[in-house]
Design a protein around this ligand. Sequence first.
Ligand SMILES: NC(=O)c1ccc[n+]([C@@H]2O[C@H](COP(=O)([O-])OP(=O)(O)OC[C@H]3O[C@@H](n4cnc5c(N)ncnc54)[C@H](O)[C@@H]3O)[C@@H](O)[C@H]2O)c1
Length: 277
Amino acid sequence: MTQSDSRPHLQDFEGKTAIITGAASGIGLALAEALAARGADLALADIDARGLDAARKRLASTGRRICTRVLDVSSDADVRDAAAEFEATLGRIHLVFNNAGIDMSGELASLSEQDWTRAFGINVFGVIHGIRHFLPLLRRHGEPAHFVSTASGAGLWVNGDFPMGAYAATKYSVVALSEALEQELRGTGIGVSVLCPGPVKTPIAERSNHASESFRAAVATGTAPELVANHTLEAMRAGEFYIFTPTRMRPRLEARFARILDALERASAVTTGMAAT
Ligand SMILES: NC(=O)c1ccc[n+]([C@@H]2O[C@H](COP(=O)([O-])OP(=O)(O)OC[C@H]3O[C@@H](n4cnc5c(N)ncnc54)[C@H](O)[C@@H]3O)[C@@H](O)[C@H]2O)c1
């Protein structure tokens, strides 16, 4: 719900400065465009140098200040150095979008050690490095600030239609990190949100060696990234923590939570029985 008010809550994006990782494509690029259209300056980071250059050119006509940096979010040193450069170039940073991420489809036992390291390095440690090096930039001033990480609907339930258990494991981690961060930052006025999109029409599956046909098909007919970006910014302004996009996951989530709650009920029945004996 609404975040604490020890500093002004984020009302608009005009004159704010945002760091976005994974900014060369898909949801990250759409966030950059939506923020620039609302008057924000941009610090754009991605591992794809050519894509980043194209994004900078595409955004140049907005007249906003734009700083780009090629980095690998799985590298603590890369993210630390980027944070220093962004602050030195753009000054106060108000918004962080830890958005870079990759698909890691495939049955669990089929994945190599390298696959696991890559998936957790980018999807989980990318966010951890953002917490370590970008979050301090938001703490340095008393102006509105918001920290957003992109998880996924797969961060809340494991979709049996796709063999994506490893991806889900990374995204559950992003949800847990975000829930913990929200608790830790309560009272500071720094807002926290976790973006949990359903399928979004981006090149994520094309970049993957592992993507299943069912995942490719879901992404190909997914929500437009521009809609995701606009909805995300509005939800941040409204102080929402969980941010979803249209998906058919509600019945699946209800079934998952009902199963958990039923198991809890049975546990309390056992305890009651034990207490009675
Ligand atoms: N597209 C979907 O259906 C969907 C659904 C739920 C969540 N997500 C999540 O949204 C985020 C953005 O994905 P997208 O769909 O826009 O995909 P995308 O492939 O279009 O964009 C991801 C960007 O991250 C960059 N990137 C990859 N590895 C990196 C690294 N090590 N360091 C820095 N940058 C790196 C890529 O170069 C790319 O520009 C990801 O975290 C993804 O898991 C996507």
